[in-house]
Design a binder for this molecule. Structure first.
Ligand code: SF4
Ligand code: SF4
Length: 340
């Protein structure tokens, strides 16, 4: 649908929170917890933190939980009985206060989870979720959304985007039917005057590299072992970058319990040495430089080729979280600038 622009005040937003609550919809939003701000269940707008550049963790847990039961099983009289998850029991969710980069990240997750082996649990969660993003008035040195096709006020992946145009006053861009449903019959939304200049309220962020150069440069550098060794020298293989990333979707499957139990899907990371270890003992990526190369190849070459979407939205979380200060922006820039 065509974007519908309205003005909405904080008191109307508060009413929306009450409305969602009364409908039994869970609300996930950035919430302060001691020194960190992360997505958590909230019931009121007052609990939501919107001043941070970014949360530590991404919002991907809303559709791809860190650990999730795929099904449970019971062994009875020599037979195994499987009990599937009830898709209808998954909660309707409003994801409020994500940044535009995080909203865009759902396209990458969707491309992965609906690709060769469509995942109906993921799709059911996506279907039941409404994404209400808030534009970025500030960026930090780790942000690079404009280098990967996004922007501080981009609407991709959002059902509604809010841009603060004054204290407690927001421009609401309703860009999907879900966004329209989320607003419902709420009164107090006003038509947006033509002189509201959204751009004036957005962070300024110049592109830091030419994204069309990344995949060809990666292909050229693929066999340059010295280059990758230099790039990954500091990498500890701790996996923090993957765990905070809104688009990383590696997982492994574990069965818990003996005759009866659950099959679980758990986050994993291609940065871990054990990730590709075969039962035979062979590991196709035995050293960290190959694992670092894989991370970049997957995001900037394999995903665009296979799924026509970049695997990075430039949120900068991996760089902020890295204990040894590996900055993906600097690494990608150096890849595009490497001499053949
Ligand atoms: S967070 Fe840093 S050290 Fe850890 S795996 Fe990622 S790049 Fe390597
Ligand atoms: S790779 Fe880093 S910058 Fe890119 S989406 Fe993931 S966490 Fe954000």
């Amino acid at each position: 649908m065509e974007s519908d622009k309205k003005l909405i005040g904080r008191s109307e937003l508060e009413k929306l929170f009450s409305q969602w609550q009364s409908q039994g919809t869970r609300i996930l939003a950035p919430k302060k917890n001691n020194d960190t701000i992360d997505f958590a269940l909230v019931t009121t707008l007052a609990e939501v933190s919107l001043d941070q550049v970014q949360t530590v963790q991404s919002a991907k847990t809303s559709v791809f939980p860190r650990v999730e039961e795929l099904f449970s099983f019971t062994s009875r009289d020599g037979r195994v009985v499987i009990r599937e998850r009830d898709r209808n029991a998954l909660p309707a969710t409003v994801l409020f206060g994500v940044r535009p980069c995080d909203a865009a990240a759902f396209a990458a997750l969707k491309a992965i989870f609906t690709w060769d082996s469509p995942d109906d649990l993921f799709s059911a969660r996506m279907e039941k979720m409404t994404v209400i993003a808030v534009s970025c008035a500030r960026a930090d040195a780790y942000c690079f959304c404009t280098s990967v096709g996004g922007g501080p006020g981009a609407t991709a992946g959002s059902d509604m985007l809010l841009t603060e145009t004054g204290p407690g006053e927001y421009l609401a861009e309703i860009v999907s039917e879900k966004g329209l449903m989320a607003v419902g019959e709420t009164s107090g939304l006003r038509p947006c005057p033509a002189n509201v200049n959204k751009e004036a309220h957005l962070a300024k962020l110049e592109p830091a590299f030419a994204r069309e150069k990344v995949a060809p440069a990666l292909a050229r550098l693929f066999d340059d072992a010295a280059f990758w060794a230099e790039q990954s020298l500091r990498c500890l293989g701790c996996g923090a970058c993957a765990y905070v990333c809104p688009t990383c979707a590696c997982f492994d499957i574990q069965d818990e319990g003996g005759g009866s139990g659950q099959r679980l899907r758990c986050w994993d990371s291609c940065g871990f040495g054990l990730f590709t270890l075969h039962t035979s003992g062979h590991n196709p990526r035995p050293v960290q430089s190959q694992r670092w190369r894989q991370r970049l190849m997957h995001k900037f070459a394999y995903m665009p080729e296979r799924q026509q979407v970049l695997g990075c939205v430039g949120c900068g979380r991996c760089s902020r979280a890295c204990p040894v200060d590996m900055n993906i922006l600097e690494h990608v820039r150096s890849i595009t600038e490497a001499k053949p």
